[in-house]
Structures are given as structure tokens and as C-alpha cells.
Design a protein around this ligand. Structure first.
Ligand code: ATP
Length: 534
């Protein structure tokens, strides 16, 4: 992961937000190459949903919505995570993400009997002081085989903070064996606070007065706008069930513990589809969308074998969900969710119909009945998918440098051409040969309106190839002496057409993954490249 993070910064994929001010936890900026990668990903999702299918329409809702939306959807009351705090470091964690631990718990107990005066449990008891003022209790979990001293050290820090004079010796008063306990901080063994509910929505005020009735939230998911506008979209698009509404946009969650680079951020983007269906057809559509989405990931270069499909057990599902699949990817830091596909029943439409008093029913012309549509929602994270693409694409191999013959490490991002930030790079073999440069510039200008191309003329050709490998550019086009003087040998071009000895106006086409080089006629380049990146 460290290598990927370093590459992202070095080559301008992803930077820490507000970096020169020390950053902002949970927020990231996409640099020149990152934004291209992210855009290609979003464009391809958009195309797959709204262009290649007849049963889905696009939508772009506002981030700020009437607070009533969040009351009706249940977010205001229940969109929360359980939060625990380390009593020693004050660091906060999601209680449900604390790894269970086993070992011996050392219990410490001190009675503060007066300003600056402390007693151990036994001394306090002997002195008859048991209730006032309050005792200072603290516990530390120590894994098997670790010495008592390590617990004492943690307890010492805790009591130091509480003001215990340095001359006091720390001794545990009670021991306890625990199995799979989530009450202790896995990083230092210190006791955690009791969980408390923490709402994840970022609150803001609309207008000049920060009063209760000016409150609203930055949306924590894009979905709600699509439910609220269901009727409008239905009326204008004249779709019949089943049909979907697709949206890509920012979402915000005040995550307790943003981590793993961009994986868990406080500001992120989602690609969400609300697919409205006839009642009773949920399980069938849930499975259809699972297959669709797995095939889609495959088509952007994330193989099926790397995606784990988790059938979320009922106890772990959102309360409205009648079935959920989580699509999880093997990230270097663990197997983690990329996308959730949930059968939400008619929960959302019911809530908004009841709260707004406006009918959101669908009139079924076949059966001449009115009912609330149900929904299956594939909801994917843009940033998490970008991260998965970077992890999946990253590769290192040892190769021999073409010029020096020395062994070196080649870093390559093996992006699928359709999502690669730069599709092809144009290189004149030598920059001081005007004939080569003129043709290279001409090719570059011809390709520029069609796809994202780069032009590079400095450094040896091997170095230029390597720099493009590192950012995942799938094709290199080199204008060399054969271009001017004619091919030295006969070959089959990249398009399958023959190249004859002496044939001019051909260039070298280098493939990033195999490093294989072949010739191609300049005239064939646009169609060839377009066919590979679409
Ligand atoms: P998690 O359990 O990881 O917090 P979730 O189940 O709450 O995620 P959903 O509400 O289903 O997530 O959101 C749909 C998708 O949005 C997720 O699969 C993920 O790709 C993306 N997403 C959710 N929260 C974040 C986040 N904090 N940072 C980046 N992406 C996120």
C-alpha cells in the first residue's frame, strides 16, 4: 500500500487535501492523472447504465435538500455508528470495527481522597474511604505471554494524565481472563469507553441565521433525491416498471475513523442506481444486478476472482433491506466493500409518500392497479473503485534496460485501456531530428481530438516508455527512422495488415503490458486506438 500511495503522490494521482496546512483527515484531492482516471471510470459507469440500456435514465440531484427528506428517510434518527474512545489516547473508533481480543485484563483502582492525595485500593479500604470522592478505575488488556510491566506502563500513562503523583507505585488490584473482548484498544490495550451513538451526517445551516429550523445536512448518499423525484422522472420519461434512475455525485459522512488512504473518506463520490421493480420480483432482480455488476467490474479490469460476494446476513442488514450482497475487493489492507446491492423493498417510497402527503404510487396499466414500486439498489463508491483499480493495476517486474543492458525494476500500472488516464503517448525517437518531430507532432494533433494522448520528446526512449508504464498508458507510438526510410523487414501490422519492406509512413506501436513492439500504418492509428479504448 505504501508504494501505491507514494506513486499516487509522485505521479499526480491523489494528494492529501489542504496538504500545505497539514491536511484534513478524510479528504483527498485528485491530481491531473487521478482526475482523468476517475472521470474515465465515472463515464464508463454512466455509459453502461444510461447509454447501453434502454431501461435506465440519468439524474443529477442537489447535495442540499429539505431537512424533511432526512427525517422521512430515517437518516436523522438512525444514520449513525457506535463510537468508542480510548480512555488513554482519546482516539475514537467505530465500536463495530474493533478487533476482538483475548488475554488477561489488569484492573487498576485508585481512590482519590483529597487534593493531590491518592490511595491504593487496600489503603483506601483500611482508611475507611470507599465511596467519596469517586474512584479512578482503569483496565488494560495484555495478550498472552506479555509481562505485567507492559500493563503497568499503560496504566502509569493514564494515571499520570489524571494527576497521580509520580512517587505512587502502580499495581493492579484484580485480574481477569477474557476471550474475544471488544472493550480494549487493539493498539495499546487500554480500556475503551462505553459505545455511544454518533450521527454521521454533516450538519449545516441554510441562510443567515444558525437556528434550529435552518438546519440541513450534506447528503450522506445520493439515493434520496432519486426517491423524492421518482414521480417527476417517471412522468417525463414515460418508463414502465422495471426501470431505473442513475446518478453519480458527492456524498459526505463524518466518519469516526477515516483510514486506508481514500478507502474511508469523509467526502467521497457514489455511483448509485435505483432500479424500480414490480412487487414480488426483488430476489430475481437482486441476482440479475449482482451478475451485471460483476461483469462490469471485469470489464474495467477487476477480475471476478478478486471480488468476494458476501450475502449479508439478516442481522447485519439495514433494517429496511430484504436482501443485500456486498461486493468486496481484496485490497492490500484486507477484503473490503466496494459496492452494496440491496433490495430496499418499498421502504423509501413509503416513507416519502407518508411524510410528504404526495402520492408516489405507480399505475400499472396491465393490471389497472396502483401500488408502490420496490427497488433494488446497486450502490458503488467511485473513490473505492479508483483505489481498487490502482491496487489491481500496480505491478513491478525486473527487466533489462534496452540501452544500458542493466537490470532494473519496471513499475507498471496495468490499467484496462478504457479507464487509463492517458491512452497513448507519441514519441519522436530523437528530438533534434526535425523530420521525426514534424511527423510526431502531426500524429499527436490528429489523435488529440479523439482521445487523451501525451507527447514526450525528452530523455532516452527507454526512460520515456518507463514513465508512461508507471502511469498506465497502454500504447506508445514511436516515430523512428523506419518511418522516414521505410520498413526494414516485412511484418504483420497491429491491425493484421501486411507491412512490406520499404513501406513508409509506419510507426512503432509498443504495448505497455507485454512491451511487444510492432509496426502500424500511421493512417490506421486512429481507428485502431479507438477500437481498443472504447
Ligand atoms: P461501510 O460499511 O464501508 O461504511 P456502507 O455499507 O455504509 O460502507 P453504503 O452506505 O452501502 O456503504 O454506501 C455505498 C457505497 O458507497 C459503499 O459500497 C462504498 O463504495 C461507498 N462509501 C460509503 N462510505 C464511504 C466512505 N466513507 N468513503 C468512501 N466510500 C464510501
Amino acid at each position: 500500500m505504501d508504494k501505491i500511495v507514494a506513486l499516487c503522490k509522485r505521479r499526480g494521482f491523489i494528494f492529501q487535501s489542504s496538504e500545505i496546512y497539514g491536511g484534513l483527515n478524510g479528504a483527498w484531492d485528485y491530481g491531473p492523472l487521478g482526475v482523468e482516471l476517475k472521470r474515465n471510470l465515472k463515464d464508463f459507469w454512466w455509459k453502461s447504465m444510461t447509454q447501453l440500456r434502454d431501461d435506465i435514465v440519468g439524474f443529477d440531484g442537489s447535495i442540499l435538500m429539505n431537512r424533511a427528506v432526512w427525517k422521512a428517510s430515517g437518516h436523522e434518527a438512525t444514520f449513525s455508528d457506535p463510537l468508542v474512545e480510548c480512555l488513554l489516547t482519546k482516539k475514537r473508533y467505530r465500536a463495530d470495527q474493533i478487533e476482538p481480543q483475548s488475554g488477561t485484563v489488569y484492573h487498576y483502582w485508585y481512590q482519590r481522597i483529597g487534593k493531590g492525595m491518592w490511595n491504593s485500593f487496600s489503603t483506601a479500604l483500611a482508611a475507611g474511604v470507599t465511596t467519596t470522592p469517586s474512584p479512578v478505575e482503569f483496565a488494560v488488556l495484555v495478550h498472552k505471554g506479555k509481562p505485567e510491566a507492559s500493563a503497568n506502563k499503560v496504566a502509569r500513562q493514564y494515571y499520570d494524565q489524571a494527576g497521580l503523583p509520580a512517587e505512587f507505585e502502580i499495581k493492579p488490584t484484580k485480574f481477569e481472563q477474557v476471550e474475544n473482548s471488544t472493550a480494549f484498544n487493539p493498539e495499546n490495550g487500554a480500556q475503551l469507553s462505553e459505545p455511544r451513538v454518533f450521527n454521521l451526517m454533516l450538519k449545516t445551516y441554510i441562510g443567515a441565521v444558525e437556528s434550529e429550523d435552518a438546519i440541513t445536512y450534506l447528503r450522506p448518499e445520493t439515493a434520496q433525491a432519486m426517491f423524492v423525484q421518482f414521480k417527476n422522472v417517471l412522468d417525463v420519461s414515460q418508463k414502465k416498471l422495471p426501470f431505473g434512475i442513475a446518478q453519480i455525485g458527492k456524498a459526505f459522512r463524518n466518519e469516526i475513523n477515516p483510514r486506508n488512504f481514500t478507502f474511508r473518506s469523509r467526502e467521497f463520490e457514489q455511483m448509485e442506481l435505483e432500479f424500480f421493480i414490480k412487487p414480488g420480483t426483488g430476489p430475481e432482480w437482486l441476482d440479475k444486478w449482482l451478475e451485471e455488476r460483476l461483469a462490469w467490474y471485469e470489464s474495467i479490469g477487476i477480475p471476478r476472482a478478486k471480488i468476494h460476494v458476501l450475502t449479508v446476513p439478516e442481522k447485519d442488514r439495514a433494517f429496511y433491506s430484504q436482501g443485500t450482497y456486498d461486493l468486496e475487493y481484496e485490497f492490500p489492507f484486507g477484503i473490503q466493500e466496494l459496492e452494496g446491492i440491496a433490495h430496499r423493498g418499498n421502504y423509501d417510497l413509503t416513507q416519502h409518500q407518508n411524510a410528504s402527503g404526495k402520492p408516489l404510487e405507480y399505475f400499472d396499466e396491465e393490471t389497472k392497479t396502483k401500488y408502490l414500486a420496490e427497488v433494488v439498489e446497486p450502490s458503488a463508491g467511485v473513490d473505492r473503485t479508483v483505489l481498487a483499480l490502482l491496487c489491481e493495476g500496480y505491478d513491478e517486474e525486473t527487466i533489462k534496460d534496452e540501452e544500458s543492458g542493466k537490470e532494473e525494476t519496471r513499475v507498471v500500472l496495468r490499467f484496462a485501456p478504457r479507464i487509463a488516464p492517458i491512452k497513448a503517448a507519441v514519441f519522436p525517437l530523437l528530438k533534434n531530428k526535425p523530420e521525426l518531430v514534424a511527423i510526431a507532432k502531426d500524429i499527436y494533433k490528429t489523435l488529440q481530438p479523439l482521445l487523451k494522448v501525451a507527447y514526450a520528446d525528452s530523455a532516452a526512449i527507454g526512460r520515456r516508455y518507463r514513465r508512461m508504464d508507471e502511469v498506465g498508458t497502454p500504447f506508445g507510438i514511436t516515430i523512428d527512422f523506419d518511418t522516414l526510410e521505410g520498413a526494414k523487414e516485412a511484418s504483420t501490422s497491429a491491425t493484421g495488415k501486411p507491412i512490406e519492406v520499404g513501406q513508409k509512413d509506419t510507426v512503432t506501436l509498443r504495448h505497455r503490458d507485454s512491451m511487444k513492439q510492432e509496426r502500424i500504418a500511421i493512417a490506421d492509428l486512429p481507428a485502431y486506438l479507438l477500437s481498443k479504448v472504447i
